[in-house]
Design a protein around this ligand. Sequence first.
Ligand SMILES: NC(=O)c1ccc[n+]([C@@H]2O[C@H](COP(=O)([O-])OP(=O)(O)OC[C@H]3O[C@@H](n4cnc5c(N)ncnc54)[C@H](OP(=O)(O)O)[C@@H]3O)[C@@H](O)[C@H]2O)c1
Length: 285
Amino acid sequence: MLIVVTGATGTVGSKVIEELSRKDVKIRALVRDEAKARRFGWTNVEIVKGDLANERGLETAFAGADKLFLASGSAQNQAELQGNAVVAAKRAGIKQIVKLSVLGASATSPVKLARWHFQSDEEIRRSGIAYTILQPTFFIDNLLGYADTIKKDGAFYAPMKNGRASMVDARDIAAVAVTALTERGHEGKTYEITGPEAVSYTDIAETLGKELGRKVTYVDVPPETAKKTMLQMGMPDWYVEDMLKLSEFFASGGGEKVAPTVEKLTGHQGHTVDEFVKDHVSAYK
Ligand SMILES: NC(=O)c1ccc[n+]([C@@H]2O[C@H](COP(=O)([O-])OP(=O)(O)OC[C@H]3O[C@@H](n4cnc5c(N)ncnc54)[C@H](OP(=O)(O)O)[C@@H]3O)[C@@H](O)[C@H]2O)c1
């Protein structure tokens, strides 16, 4: 079986490749930047240069493959990029698409990213190709984005108040993706994916402090301050707006629900924030 992985150099896609490497399947990674892909040191992975913006090129990149893991970054044209992949997959005779979406994807979500994901989720559902849609919540891996201020002043800043969220480790999303790609019975399914427990940013600060052996403080900041910082970092307006809406949702406790998907599909409990921090502690030193 040949599986094409898009978003292969990304947080989840790179872990999908790692997991697939332990299975008896052939892997083809679709990448925009071959040099970046080679830095992952994959063995037995066919690297093919391609861009989701180029539908014609995609058909060639997908030729001969059985399954497609579809992921791309957060972008204003993501529905168009992913739509190109669906059209090319159909032409190339792909038999199943496993797509990285987002929890809460819907036509009426106040979050643009969730509306755009819904658009491509629906396009896949209508495509006639077997599919599995993965809808993860906030990634624990996002916490690596706080490494700089934690190193610099022992603190991290966000407008999350004391809301608890069942954040998920990208390794577990990848494990679910690989189950859906390599085992039977996951066609036509949409899976909500969360971590095993809901924690607050205050809990996370405590965990980080324990692991690092020094005090780490979570500083709740007003949304206007977070907005100013994100804009200063060069993030586009639409993205900043979406991130603030998501923070508001998590701050109000909207992300507490725990879904059983990881354990059900992989047979092991998902990683906790404590485990993630232990495994990535060097990033904060
Ligand atoms: N972060 C979260 O908390 C969260 C939660 C739920 C859902 N999600 C969803 O997860 C997805 C992001 O996943 P991720 O974090 O694993 O990705 P990521 O780390 O942001 O990386 C994006 C990947 O997509 C590739 N890509 C982007 N544009 C492309 C194009 N035009 N053609 C080909 N490849 C392209 C990138 O390639 P290059 O290396 O060439 O840039 C990279 O491999 C988004 O759809 C987001 O909405 C995120």
